[in-house]
Design a protein around this ligand. Sequence first.
Ligand SMILES: [Zn+2]
Length: 348
Amino acid sequence: MCILCPKLTQKAATEILANPGRRNLMRGAAAVAVLTGLAGMPRMSMAETAAATEALSTPVYRFPVGSFQCASISDGALTFPSAGYGANAKPEEVGALLKANFLPPDLVRNSTNSLYIDTGSHKILFDSGLTREFAKLAGPLAEALSGMGLLKARLEAAGLTPGDIDMVVITHGHPDHIGGLTDGNGTPIFANAQYFMAKAEFDFWQAANAPDDFSTTIAKKGLAALGNKVSFIAPGDELVPGIKVLDAAGHTPGHLCFEITSGSDLLLHLTDASGHYIIGLAEPDWALAFDMDPAKAVAVRRQLFDRAATEGALTFASHFPWPAIGHVKADGKAWEWQPVPWEWSLQG
Ligand SMILES: [Zn+2]
């Protein structure tokens, strides 16, 4: 019997996340619904809960990197069975690690964060989040993704007008990163932006043999809306002076991370090199169910954590607890996440 869901074996739960095909997704959705109590709830959806939260808060955290004005913006959160965060481990091992760190053992409710940088010459947004309209395309997993879709409102509430953003970087084509480029009518949200991504990533999602699942549906729809406004960037390139593209293929074929330097400050954008602030650092060899090349993803994760710890670099990660800014500390056999203290003086 599965610790995640009494109707699901542990093996089946892991298979669902490792092979998110349509049939498995139906079973996964049922598991998420049972686990979150959604199945028995009157129609108070996670999106409604998130909307209620949105009314109370504006999660945009401002911080400098040298002369660059940066912000961490939360698009909300997604929820998946914890087994997917250790696809090559036993679900009970993943649950035990979470429990030992005072977290629910069965479900991971993960932040989804975008990085914004105003260099003085450009206003750059890394990833678009996932609008609620696009989340609905996830079919049986729509409910698990319905806590997202807050990015645009939060940008606007913080005075960061989407129309002023002139560069949008798509770190990779997973729905939580590419599914917020347009509104429900297909109108681009970042109307005046040029878009940047790896060619390998662009080609992967457009290929005839792309995975037959909701991720491809959302990626194709998002990319179609961009028309001829996509420029390709490759590892080693400078996006703009001070922002260098890092090779992080593994999570997806063209997954990108970034080295951001201004003056003597360094920020590493880890994107999805690690999916969780406890699991990814304590057990770096555990693959994410959504790592397309797990061996490469593990190597990238280890290399980036090692660099961050050795250089004492400030880091940002797409799915660490918002604002997801902190340091990576070596603890002997693996690493630990040290979030930066909240600085009220920066939030004016
Ligand atoms: Zn992601």
